[in-house]
Design a protein around this ligand. Structure first.
Ligand code: ATP
Ligand code: MG
Length: 236
């Protein structure tokens, strides 16, 4: 795996309290606090209808926002065992992780990885397996998440997409809340609705939709990187 390609700017450097995405994440955080006096949010799954709509991005920035600006103990779990990305985003080892908890009965607390930020921990996907849905047994998942919820104020679960894969349906029964990401101008309304219905059929507690707007946020990120680069050049 080539992590080096992305070494220039990791999520921690990129994160800016004033950026539109950070502002959105703070807004999302206040929305998911059903009861602001209750410190614990519990287990929150981030999913979407299809691939590439921004699930891992939203999940990661939310975890970072909660840890850094709300000073809460935040844990992000990579439950996308087909296309895991959280270990790359936070630059931690991929193994052992969720697979080892599910398949080998490892203690979830033993697979928690540290990040640069004290309050932010990661459980990566773990080793890759051929058919991950066999691992997603509701009771076992619930045991794992419940144990973790005891130690963390928020447990964010990054998941695969709903339409092509049944994993999010199985996961949604083991978390307290679900947030759906919709890619502005890209996710067709009927597809988003179908994903929502699949989740509702599985009794998911969908508490909101995040509209991921690439055209508004991407240029900002590009500017940021661009100016950062210019600045480096000037200093040489
Ligand atoms: N708001 C955004 N601003 C800038 N880049 C974004 C934004 N949302 C997503 N991206 C980029 O788009 C790509 C896909 O995003 P991401 O990996 O979060 O989607 P995903 O839904 O988790 O995809 P997958 O279904 O493959 O897991 C990534 O390269 C990510 O960095
Ligand atoms: Mg993803």
């Amino acid at each position: 795996m080539q992590l080096d390609d992305k070494k220039d700017r990791d999520i921690f450097d990129m994160f800016d309290q004033e950026s539109p995405i950070a502002t959105e994440m703070r807004r999302l955080y206040s929305n998911i606090q059903t009861n602001p006096s209750n410190n614990s949010i519990g287990g929150l799954m981030v999913t979407s209808a299809n691939r590439g709509e921004g699930k891992s991005t939203v999940a990661s920035h939310l975890a970072l926002t909660v840890a850094r600006f709300k000073e809460k103990k935040s844990l992000i779990i990579d439950a996308d065992l087909r296309k895991p990305r959280i270990h790359q985003i936070f630059n931690v080892a991929r193994n052992p992780g969720l697979t080892e908890c599910l398949e080998d009965n490892m203690d979830p607390l033993k697979v928690v990885k540290d990040t640069k930020i004290d309050n932010l921990k990661v459980i990566p996907s773990g080793r890759l397996v051929k058919s991950p849905s066999h691992l997603f047994e509701k009771e076992r998942l619930r045991d794992i998440f419940d144990k973790l919820k005891f130690y963390y104020d928020i447990v964010i679960v990054d998941s695969p997409p709903v339409i092509p894969v049944s994993d999010p349906m199985l996961l949604s029964g083991a978390v307290d809340k679900v947030v759906m990401v919709v890619l502005a101008g890209k996710t067709p309304q009927n597809v988003a609705k179908r994903a929502r219905d699949i989740l509702l059929d599985a009794d998911a507690n969908i508490i909101g939709v995040v509209v991921n707007n690439l055209s508004e946020v991407l240029p900002y990120y590009y500017d940021y990187k661009y100016y950062g680069y210019e600045h480096d050049l000037e200093n040489q």
